[in-house]
Design a protein around this ligand. Structure first.
Ligand SMILES: NC(=O)c1ccc[n+]([C@@H]2O[C@H](COP(=O)([O-])OP(=O)(O)OC[C@H]3O[C@@H](n4cnc5c(N)ncnc54)[C@H](OP(=O)(O)O)[C@@H]3O)[C@@H](O)[C@H]2O)c1
Length: 337
């Protein structure tokens, strides 16, 4: 008998699907965190589904289609309705992986969805969302194009990613929005300004990513870990020099809180995000079964008010050194303007 705990369920916003309480983010299985093992990635997706995880998050640009093809492979022989697939689109990339900007125009939106359906060999996507606000396209046009796809049955729900409160309001005026995908962790809390209250007012759920600050808060990070040239963390301000030293000291403070709970640092960080509300679903970026097992263990960690106060004292708001993205990428975040 498996000892892996079964995640309970949550509903994404007022209009969204019922999903597992933790989602699996598949990005690192194809891109941005250095080499990944394909067989282990598929085994991790299988283990997640077997443990009750139903929400799988991807983007058509993660490995330029590779991540969707991988998910298709992992879902072979499984009932399509047993999972919810969340797909981001709009990021433009060259054959060498170079980032070329964003296109969320109606034509690009519909074209991207057509290719995504083929790669995933499915007839619908559960949540479809632009990865970033396209500065050249009013959000009403992007959401309107996805709403056409909803009407035609190709998409079930519309989501957004890294947008601010005004954009949430404009988008929700066009069509119900199931969830906002945005970075949220004990060291990334800018959502708590006007974004989270606005999402709640509009009945929009949160799928939180970077819950472990991309591995920094995992308790497994070490300054001498070699980083491939394409690894996001090679360019992330939080992973550089003195910033990294400062941030790893925060992790040690968090480790003391975790040890007192008999939990790991990663589990406490995930449990903290899950504790923000029933409308928040943490996406964990596990790409190995051992990491997944650790992440699922967070569902058994109940944080008391005293624990939450200890976490707050260990990692006060604004404690991290360095922005969560490099300057050029911060400029693409409507959520930070
Ligand atoms: N909307 C957006 O803009 C956006 C941006 C980024 C990501 N996302 C989505 O959110 C998902 C999660 O984001 P993320 O990958 O940055 O999140 P994350 O969970 O903060 O970071 C994942 C990293 O943490 C490491 N890690 C160590 N222990 C772990 C454990 N027990 N469980 C999980 N990971 C552990 C992983 O391990 P190893 O290195 O050892 O494998 C990986 O390098 C992505 O897969 C993607 O689907 C969305």
């Amino acid at each position: 008998m498996s000892t892996t705990p079964r995640p309970t369920q949550r509903t994404l916003g007022a209009s969204g699907p019922v999903t597992s309480a933790l989602g699996l983010g598949c990005m690192g299985m194809s891109d941005l965190y250095g080499p990944a093992d394909e067989a282990e990635s598929i085994a991790t997706i299988h283990a997640a589904i077997d443990a009750g995880v139903t929400l799988l998050d991807t983007g058509d640009f993660y490995g330029m289609g590779h991540n969707e093809l991988l998910i298709h492979e992992a879902l072979r022989g499984r009932a399509r309705e047993s999972v919810q697939i969340s797909v981001k689109f709009g990021a433009q990339r060259g054959p060498d992986g170079q980032w070329l900007g964003y296109d969320a125009s109606p034509a690009a939106t519909k074209t991207a969805l057509a290719y995504t359906l083929r790669r995933l060999r499915t007839d619908h996507i559960d949540v479809y969302r632009p990865a970033r606000l396209d500065p050249n396209v009013p959000i009403e046009e992007t959401v309107g194009a996805i709403a056409d796809l909803v009407k035609a049955g190709y998409v079930r729900h519309i989501g957004l990613s890294e947008v601010g409160a005004d954009t949430l309001r404009r988008a929700a005026a066009v069509h119900p929005i199931s969830d906002l995908q945005i970075e949220y962790s004990p060291i990334s809390r800018s959502i708590e300004g006007d974004i989270l209250p606005t999402a709640r007012e509009l009945g929009i759920g949160i799928t939180a990513y970077g819950v472990l600050s991309r591995g920094l808060l995992s308790g497994h990070w070490s300054p001498d870990r070699p980083l491939a040239g394409t690894d996001f963390r090679g360019h992330s301000p939080r992973f550089q020099g003195d910033n990294l030293t400062h941030n790893l000291a925060l992790v040690e403070a968090l480790r003391e809180v975790a040890a007192a709970k008999g939990a790991s640092v990663a589990q406490v960080a995930i449990a903290w995000v899950a504790s923000r509300g029933d409308d928040v679903v943490p996406l964990v970026g596990a790409r190995r079964r051992d990491r997944l097992t650790e992440a699922l263990g967070a569902l058994d960690v109940t944080l008391t008010d005293a624990d939450l106060a200890s976490i707050e004292a260990a990692v006060p708001v604004g404690a991290a050194a360095g922005d969560r993205y490099a300057a050029a990428q911060m400029a693409h975040l409507d959520s930070e303007h």
